[in-house]
Write a protein that binds this ligand. Structure first.
Ligand SMILES: [Fe+2]
Ligand SMILES: [Fe+2]
Length: 357
């Protein structure tokens, strides 16, 4: 199987991490703001509905629109002197606590970490916006075009809501991490509707739903809870589009095409996971006296590493891939080896379609 970013990999014990050591290279990736994308444009003269389940998603999207400016209570305070998420949700706060630092420092560290993670989600939202814009062109059915157009509006609202939260309440938008920028470009540059839908709606949105669900559960700030709840509700529609569309794609795929999609899906998420939190730890480590390499080595060598690490992936994306036949006996051991997948109680992850609000 092809590995992405081979030249940036190194072993921390059993775990292979991806780290960009050369800051100039990170900057080059961030400065690459123009990219050529092969795009086929399809007209459709069929204006009636052909794919009922997608028309249904489009209708649900219309009913569940919300306004990021007026539906959220922006007067609710957010401060680095208060917990936004429960303390146990922050790797930095826990490290500070273990080193005996006071609660004020732990809260400040958790605030920095949340700002960083939210900033990465924000950059992912921008990629989703641009990719869905592409889908309105490359899809050949009118129901797909309508659905993709409705997702463009959703993603614009997510960018609005998260960027306003970062600017108004947290004060900083952190730049995109190098590994994430590389992967988002890989998705945006992918050829054809199948690969674009597999990459964005199935892999990234499926993972995002898992991360957001954990954030919402851990949130103790009512504004943040409401923001994530609303975004997550939209994202579950997006992940559903990924599964509904991919279900048709895999039905028609040859064995060779299935293998290619299966390997690509693993390659993308393995790369995302291989960065762990190194970029964030390198940024804030010095401020709190934390050694990024030590932290990452410690986490990846924990006896229950796979269980902790796989939580966001096991929520939606892994069950969906398994159900689609894109995790098979051929690749399942690899998913488990890198901590993206664990056996669920009562058997292996079987999964169900995401719930669509
Ligand atoms: Fe989004
Ligand atoms: Fe989305």
């Amino acid at each position: 199987m092809k590995k992405f970013l081979e030249e940036h990999r190194k072993k921390f014990g059993e775990f292979e991490v991806i780290e960009f050591v050369d800051e100039a290279e990170v900057q080059r990736l961030r400065d690459k703001i123009d990219t050529g994308v092969p795009l086929d444009i399809h007209w459709s003269w069929e204006y009636g509905s052909e794919v009922a389940e997608l028309r249904n998603l489009y209708e649900k999207g219309k009913v569940n629109q919300w306004n990021a400016e007026t539906d959220l209570d922006w007067d609710i305070p957010v401060s680095k002197d208060d917990w936004v998420l429960k303390p146990e949700a922050s790797m930095l706060a826990q490290a500070c606590a273990m080193m005996g630092k006071d609660e004020k420092t732990q809260k400040a560290a958790a605030f920095d970490e949340l700002g960083y993670i939210l900033s990465q989600l924000l950059h992912g939202e921008q990629a989703a916006l641009q990719l869905c814009g592409q889908l309105t062109n490359v899809c050949d059915k009118m129901d797909q075009k309508w659905y993709a157009a409705s997702q463009v509006v959703d993603e614009a609202r997510h960018i609005e809501a998260i960027s306003k939260f970062l600017q108004r309440k947290m004060g900083t938008i952190y730049p995109v991490g190098a590994t994430l920028k590389f992967l988002l470009d890989e998705l945006l540059e992918a050829e054809g509707m199948q690969k674009k839908t597999l990459g964005m709606q199935t892999l990234f949105e499926g993972t995002a739903v898992g991360i957001m669900d954990m954030m919402r559960t851990e949130s103790v700030n009512p504004l943040f809870t409401d923001l994530i709840r609303r975004v997550e509700q939209d994202e579950s529609r997006h992940a559903a589009f990924g599964v509904l569309t991919m279900r048709r794609v895999v039905k028609e795929a040859s064995e060779a095409e299935m293998h290619e999609m299966e390997d690509w899906a693993f390659g993308i998420l393995e790369t995302l996971n291989a960065n762990q939190q190194i970029d964030m730890l390198k940024l804030f480590g010095p401020k709190y006296g934390i050694d990024p390499e030590f932290m990452t080595r410690m986490f990846t060598s924990l006896p229950n590493f796979a269980e902790l690490n796989s939580m966001a992936f096991m929520h939606t994306v892994v069950p969906n891939l398994k159900r689609l036949g894109l995790i098979t006996d051929r690749t399942e051991p690899e998913w488990k080896r890198v901590g993206l997948m664990v056996d669920q109680r009562g058997g292996t992850a079987g999964g169900a379609l995401p719930e669509v609000a």
